[in-house]
Design a protein around this ligand. Structure first.
Ligand SMILES: [Zn+2]
Ligand SMILES: [Zn+2]
Length: 131
């Protein structure tokens, strides 16, 4: 079974993940742009039972445009978000794809909030576009 490790910059907080992601997506919304510092966010969702966390994290709860809450856990030393949980979907855990630092990670199949997409960004052929 594939084993992958997502980690913050300093290595203090990490998530050890077994198996393939349930879903890989990118989100162009402004909240995700602010969270990541990038022009879009890329995240992979795994069953919670497939993820083992080690280290200490600080939690930040973000309330989305439609009232949904997500709990982001970041390293208090270097500030990198290593995982998050979405309210109502606590059976799975989302991990920013960049935290794996692995260029062979599966490509996203969903692209969300494209009305906020920077005009110079283009998405891969065949990706599913969602509002
Ligand atoms: Zn860190
Ligand atoms: Zn977003």
């Amino acid at each position: 079974m594939t084993l992958r490790i997502a980690s913050c910059s300093c290595g203090q907080l990490s998530a050890r993940v077994s198996g393939e992601p349930i879903r890989v997506s990118v989100c162009h919304c402004h909240a995700c742009q602010r969270r990541t510092g990038g022009v879009f966010a890329s995240q992979a969702r795994f069953p919670r039972s497939a993820v083992e966390i080690s280290g200490t994290g600080t939690e930040y709860v973000r309330v989305g445009d439609e009232g949904g809450r997500a709990r982001f856990t970041f390293c208090p030393v270097c500030g990198v978000t290593v995982y998050y949980l979405s309210e109502g979907r606590e059976d799975s855990i989302a991990i920013p794809v960049g935290a794996f630092a692995d260029s062979s990670f599966p490509a996203p199949t969903f692209s969300v909030y494209e009305e906020r997409m920077h005009p110079w960004v283009s998405m891969p052929e065949g990706i599913e576009h969602m509002a």
